[in-house]
Ligand binder design. Structure first.
Ligand code: SF4
Length: 492
């Protein structure tokens, strides 16, 4: 089996990952990485314009045609070749952008991220090694990545949108040969490598084989501990063969909330309710009270003036509200139909109508909503005061659960609303996200919004309806949680 850039970098991270990815992809978890791939493709295509006119090697023609076409263009002294492809002794690589000068070549690896990760250096080292062995003089190697500080203003300026870092002096192709030999041996072997868990399981990306690789550990085990315990701390315990909850409790070293999580699960403890803390929380709330949740998407390449790469663009909200304590629950919502412009303008206009100034606004995990309101206040001076007023009146439900002032063992050490809700309401079908159609989580809502403009009317209406139901459940969940807090403090 040939090596490629992606196989080589998988091998650098973990040899078992390389082997599983090559022979048993069916064992991988679905990591929901589609939007990451789409962003990567869009950014890669955009970067091709950085050096003027270019020739693109056609990927669909297959590897041998790609290699032949590259050779032909090099012979013709073509100056910029994208996806320039090379093969040396079982090693294939396509260079994102190759600048072909009379005295040698420059290679540019394009990444859609906003920083440079160590693994990129391995990636480009492999390319340099292949090209050198194909007889090319590699003068310079660079990584092109996204400038997170770029703010779009008028036409997209690709020279400001991208950062280019010269990594020629950081790369080392001396070790590549020994890795290549090692990885080829692994691929030639029918037996799965025996690599143990390591930091590569979660860094720089979550490995999709983590469940597979931990399948023989007792359940629950150290990797099921939540409560903000770092993966490196869990690994340390694991390496010392401290894996079960009992062993972890006996040896100590994790934070109090993590110990509480384990004690609750081991001893099947009843819910913990810190009434004083919950009463103090509830005493802050005034009426009318609004329950707010935004949906948003991220665009790697900003299309809206005043926004940055990967900025969250809000397109939808749901708002439940009580005008008075213990009376009727009302609902309002917004879902933009501005698919090509700026959905945030209409959203802000309606939000300022729907939430009067100085109202109490409940959210779940306030950093997201507060940051969005701050960004939109900056974008729209017309609504600035009102949006900042909403932001300043936000009260967060999340800390009650994060700090375990209300804890139920089924939360499993997580304060995420998707864990808290079924833990508090285990048998309520109307609160079960699985019972929704089409849209069950935030990233599905983002993709749904971006797909709306290309749907025919019936399909668009159906999807919009399901998006509204999803977002409505998010705020209804908060209402139920709020009502539950009021209920539990009343109980003797
Ligand atoms: S989960 Fe860890 S050990 Fe398993 S393949 Fe991935 S990186 Fe390797």
């Amino acid at each position: 089996m040939n090596l490629s850039k992606s196989r080589y970098t998988s091998g650098i991270r973990c040899e078992k990952l390389l082997w599983l990815d090559s022979y048993h992809k069916e064992l991988a978890d679905d990591m929901g990485n589609n939007s990451v791939l789409e962003n990567g493709n869009e950014v890669g295509n955009l970067a091709r314009g950085l050096f003027g006119k270019y020739k693109l090697i056609d990927f669909s023609k297959g590897f041998s045609s790609m290699i032949q076409d590259t050779k032909k263009l090099l012979d013709e002294k073509e100056n910029v070749i994208c996806e320039a492809s090379f093969y040396y002794d079982g090693n294939f690589c396509s260079v994102d952008i190759l600048k072909n000068d009379l005295d040698g070549v420059e290679i540019y690896e394009v990444k859609s991220s906003t920083d440079i990760k160590d693994i990129y250096i391995d990636d480009i080292s492999y390319q340099v090694w292949v090209l050198k062995n194909c007889g090319l003089n590699v003068k310079k190697a660079c990584i092109i990545y996204v400038n997170s500080n770029y703010i779009k203003n008028g036409e997209l300026d690709i020279y400001s949108y991208f950062n280019i870092k010269d990594v020629t002096n950081d790369i080392s192709d001396d070790n590549v040969l020994s890795y290549v030999i090692k990885f080829k041996n692994i691929l030639d072997n029918k037996n799965e490598p025996s690599n143990d868990l390591s930091k590569s399981c979660h860094s720089p990306y979550d490995c999709p084989y983590f469940h597979y690789c931990t399948r023989n550990l007792p359940s629950p085990n150290v990797f099921d501990v939540g409560c903000s315990v770092r993966f490196s701390s869990k690994l340390e315990k694991y390496y010392n063969n401290i894996v079960t909850y009992q062993d972890l409790l006996d040896t100590g070293g994790f934070n109090d909330r993590a110990c509480e999580q384990m004690l609750f699960e081991l001893n099947n403890l009843p819910p913990k309710i810190n009434k004083d803390k919950i009463i103090s929380f509830l005493e802050q709330i005034t009426y009318p009270v609004y329950f707010l949740d935004f949906e948003s998407y991220q665009a790697s390449i900003p299309t809206i003036d005043g926004t940055k790469p990967y900025q969250q663009i809000c397109f939808q909200y749901s708002l439940h509200y009580y005008l008075e304590d213990g009376v009727e629950l009302f609902h309002k919502e917004f879902l933009s139909d501005d698919y090509d412009g700026n959905p945030m303008y209409g959203l802000c206009e309606k939000l300022c109508q729907d939430i009067p100034k100085d109202s109490c606004v409940l959210v779940y995990n306030d950093s997201f909503e507060k940051t969005r309101l701050q960004e939109m206040a900056y974008l729209f001076p017309k609504f600035r005061d009102h949006l900042l007023n909403i932001k300043d009146n936000i009260i967060d439900l999340f800390p009650i659960f994060k700090k375990h002032d209300y804890y139920v063992k089924e939360m499993g050490g997580s304060a995420s609303i998707k864990k808290v809700l079924p833990a508090l309401f285990p048998n309520e079908a109307s609160l079960d996200y699985h019972n929704l159609d089409q849209v069950h989580k935030g990233d599905e809502a983002s993709s749904a919004f971006l797909s709306l403009k290309n749907l025919d009317d019936d399909k668009r209406e159906e999807l919009r309806c399901n998006m509204l139901k999803y977002c409505q459940l998010d705020t209804f969940a908060m209402v139920k949680i709020y009502d539950k807090l009021k209920e539990v403090v009343k109980k003797k």
